[in-house]
Design a protein around this ligand. Structure first.
Ligand code: BES
Ligand code: ZN
Ligand code: ZN
Length: 429
């Protein structure tokens, strides 16, 4: 058994036993997370016991919380398909009331969903998984079938899924705290492209298509966050909207040059079938209007451009929500170390989406592709040229999936967005 004591500097006693780590309470949350990472890796790579006990002897309990949560976040492996399981740590800790277990569970749910390959996690299976999680928490799920999606004339969702033999669906998650009767809901929209081959604008395999099971990471973040927030019983009204499709180059796949009529009546000239996320999100953002939301946040692995702009160090953010709302989100990101990087959102970018034959086209120029993608989405948040609700778009393409471990995430799905949303909603409501 390894004992980790979180102590204040003044209380630091020498550690003369190999199996005891003393951690000085660092006066910064980032330093505390770094310390957790260092200790976690030390223990895992040593031949010491894999049973760890963490003790709280620090005055500032928030630093204790950060340390334990960081260790718990690190202690994750996706091994469902491994015949031989490798070891992770067995962790127990003092003061469980200081640790947000629901949030960690939410992150792990999102990671599991991202790590699942398409061979298991189709749109149908996603709906089943969400249903399973809804029963373990306090939210409800309604899944619209492809037939219903046709009735609703969600042209964006339908056209992306045309090349797939598996049906699309549209998931509506609802959580309402009993005391939040009159309040307008916050809506979370998640990109659920179960797999993105690029469609007929096919992606190359290496470093591109090979990781595209992660293209539903926005959806995964929404599921994980709503699971956690419902389990924490936060006083809020929340709705999750998840359009789920596969982007495939099948016999009936939509082709570059097609014109698609979207749910809101706009026509889109599709010039690249790989810009599919915005097609399905457009219908979801239009659908959101019927709930008269207080705020809409969408999360999507939308563009390689966002990943190139900020890398794995942050989330590219844009939209039309008030400065106050953005500030709360920025602060939440700094607190839990999922930072957002606000991008310019000038009108000029939307001019790039003018089409010769339709209302707009689905790609802009080679520059600032994440912002023109955002501008495409913005079009569908409007009603009669005016924004229908305050809205923030989070492009998580850079942070959702890792090729090698980075900071508090192992390889694969990171669960990015879950903690950001939990922290934000706690403070915003
Ligand atoms: N799913 C991709 C974006 C992506 C890239 C996610 C890297 C995760 C990591 C998206 O659907 C896409 O293919 N976007 C294109 C848009 C382009 C055709 C305008 C891109 O970014 O290249
Ligand atoms: Zn794509
Ligand atoms: Zn995609």
């Amino acid at each position: 058994m390894i004992k980790i004591y979180i102590v204040d500097k003044s209380n630091l006693k020498p550690c003369n036993n190999d199996l005891v780590y003393c951690v000085v309470g660092e006066n910064s949350s980032l330093k505390m997370r770094e310390k957790a990472l260092k200790i976690y890796n030390q223990i895992l790579s040593s031949d010491l016991s894999k049973e760890v006990n963490i003790y709280n002897q620090i005055k500032k309990s928030n630093l204790y919380t950060i340390f334990v949560e960081s260790i718990l976040l690190l202690n994750y492996k996706f091994e469902k398909y491994k015949s031989k399981k490798s070891s992770i740590l067995k962790i127990t800790y003092q003061n469980p009331e200081l640790i947000n277990k629901s949030m960690i569970e939410g992150v792990f749910i999102a990671r599991d969903l991202v790590n699942e390959p398409l061979s298991f996690l189709t749109a149908d299976q996603l709906a089943k998984e969400i249903k399973k999680y809804s029963k373990k928490s306090f939210f409800k799920l309604e899944t619209l079938s492809e037939k219903k999606i046709k009735d609703l004339e969600m042209g964006g969702v339908l056209s992306v899924n045309k090349g797939s033999v598996n049906p699309s669906n549209f998931n509506i998650l609802t959580y309402k705290h009993p005391n939040s009767k009159s309040s307008k809901p916050i809506i979370l929209v998640g990109k659920g492209v179960m797999y993105d081959t690029g469609g007929l604008s096919l992606k190359p395999t290496a470093n591109s298509m090979d990781m595209m099971k992660c293209d539903m990471a926005g959806a995964a973040a929404v599921v994980g966050a709503i699971y956690a927030i419902a389990k924490m019983k936060i006083n809020v009204s929340l709705i999750g909207l998840i359009p789920a499709v596969e982007n495939r180059p099948g016999g009936n796949a939509y082709v570059p040059g097609d014109v698609v009529k979207m749910m809101n009546g706009s026509t889109v000239e599709v010039l690249n079938t790989d810009a599919e996320g915005r097609m399905i999100l457009a219908d979801a953002l239009h659908y959101a209007k019927r709930f008269n939301p207080k705020l809409v946040i969408d999360l999507a692995t939308l563009t390689g451009s966002a990943a190139r702009a900020v890398g794995k160090y942050g989330i590219a953010a844009m939209g039309n929500a008030s400065n106050e709302t953005i500030k709360i989100l920025e602060d939440a990101g700094l607190n839990i170390n999922e930072r957002i990087a606000l991008q310019p959102f000038w009108e000029e970018y939307s001019l790039e989406l003018e089409s010769d034959i339709a209302d707009l086209k689905n790609i802009g120029s080679a520059e600032a592709g994440h912002i023109t993608a955002g501008k495409f989405l913005e079009h569908f948040t409007k009603e009669k040229e005016k924004s229908a609700y305050p809205w923030i778009h989070l492009d998580i393409a850079g942070v959702a999936y890792l090729k090698k471990p980075y900071f508090l995430s192992q390889k694969g799905g990171t669960g990015a967005g879950v903690r950001l949303l939990c922290e934000f909603i706690k403070n915003y409501k």
